[in-house]
Design a protein. Structure first.
Length: 417
């Protein structure tokens, strides 16, 4: 193990932790990152991850780095061989390890959303600010080439000053009702788990914190059924939402299991194959969010967790005074109409790793983490994580009040942005 390498500790060796771990190994020859420690609440998951990681290291690079297993994240954070801590636990377990790792002076990556509620987001942002130790947030669109290029096109003035944003996400993510994410207290609901990405995009492209929000939402498809089984394995009905013991990746924004231990879990909060119609879920499956920014930009998010897999399931339309841009995420396409309609250009933005997880963003993220460890400069920090969390909070308030307008001055955290 080279002393020049940056030691990585992964807290949470579930699907996301495994996914990023494999990307670290893939880039072993071009970055200085090396996995040295793992921590997980279920030991067998840790052991499966370690075995898989070491096999990948040997097969791809002919090395077998030492990898310590910890049952307590405090011990991993205190390991002097760990320089970078990846917090990729379920959302309800983000706050404590993130705060402790930041205050301990470690470099930290925190998966999105920043926390399951605004209270947790505020604590993480305060820890970052008070310790002067920025972390990196896992908003994957910040690392996808087409989003970065779209932002550059806007900055270049092709469509003039931005006036309106429409982010559309019709994504069949029924798995949100099949995991811990089905409960607000555990995840913050779909607004936190999925729409937080989109809120970050709006804030990023608007270039300022929002002024006011109005939102509607509800549940139309995943409606509770009293006779629903607890798990898919207990059911023999023909169902489009069935989850097997080991999920196959069917698109680039899916995550897959790397072992069989997940199927042995019995606690509801740890299951991954809960029936989507099982009573007890308290989250929405669709909604519309309208956001107004002080500079005049108006933005709308149109989202659902049902609908077919399709090339246009996520799009971002940007309307400026001189033209417009349509970004279509899944095929990696950017349509630009500029010059008051005189020019129409289409750009294919598929990077070399487009077929990999999150359309190649995860490998780029690892490269950015490598740079972050060397420079201390974060491309997207807890500041942006809090900005998204405030919109999640405002949207929940508005939905609960039947679409009532929520002024962001009444949502805590503005002074931390």
């Amino acid at each position: 193990m080279s002393s020049e390498r940056t030691g990585v500790g992964i807290i949470g060796t579930g699907r996301r932790g495994f996914e990023l771990g494999t990307c670290i190994i893939d880039l072993y020859g071009t970055t200085q990152l090396e996995i040295r420690a793992l921590c997980n609440r279920t030991r067998v998951r840790m052991e499966e991850a370690k075995a898989s990681f070491l096999s990948r290291y040997r097969n791809r690079h002919g090395v077998s780095p030492s990898m310590t297993l910890y049952e307590k994240y405090d011990d991993l954070i205190g390991d002097p061989d760990v320089d970078l801590v990846l917090v990729v636990t379920p959302t309800y377990a983000h706050e404590e390890p993130a705060v402790k790792a930041v205050r301990a002076g470690k470099k930290v990556f925190l998966d999105k959303p920043i926390a399951q509620n605004l209270e947790g987001a505020l604590k993480i942002r305060k820890a970052e600010q008070e310790s002067n130790n920025p972390l990196v947030m896992g908003f994957t669109r910040r690392f996808e080439q087409k989003w970065l290029d779209t932002f550059e096109i806007i900055q270049g003035g092709a469509v003039g000053d931005v006036k309106m944003l429409l982010h559309r996400a019709v994504v069949p993510y029924h798995n949100i009702f099949q995991t811990y994410m089905r409960r607000l207290e555990w995840s913050g609901g779909a607004l936190a788990e999925k729409v937080s990405h989109l809120f970050d995009v709006l804030n990023w492209f608007a270039g300022e914190p929002p002024d006011k929000v109005s939102s509607f939402g509800g549940r139309l498809v995943y409606v509770p059924q009293e006779n629903a089984p607890k798990r898919c394995r207990e059911c023999d009905r023909v169902c489009p939402y069935r989850v097997g013991e080991k999920q196959e990746m069917v698109r680039q924004d899916n995550m897959v299991d790397f072992g069989d231990s997940r199927a042995l879990e019995t606690e509801l909060i740890k299951l991954h194959d809960i029936c989507v119609w099982l009573p007890g879920a308290d989250i929405n499956d669709h909604g519309i969010v309208n956001v107004a920014y002080p500079g005049g930009i108006k933005a709308t998010i149109f989202w659902s967790l049902f609908g077919p897999d399709s090339d246009d399931q996520e799009t971002l339309e940007i309307v400026g005074e001189k033209g417009k841009i349509l970004l279509t995420r899944h095929p990696g396409r950017i349509d630009v109409i500029s010059g008051y309609g005189e020019r129409h250009e289409v750009f294919d933005k598929k990077p070399d790793r487009f077929e990999n997880s999150h359309f190649g963003a995860d490998h780029r993220l690892i490269e950015e983490l490598d740079r972050f460890c060397k420079t201390g400069v974060s491309p997207v920090s807890a500041k942006e994580g809090l900005g998204s969390a405030r919109l999640v909070e405002a949207s929940h308030r508005s939905v609960d009040a039947g679409g009532e307008l929520v002024y962001m001055r009444n949502v805590a955290g503005a002074e931390l942005l």
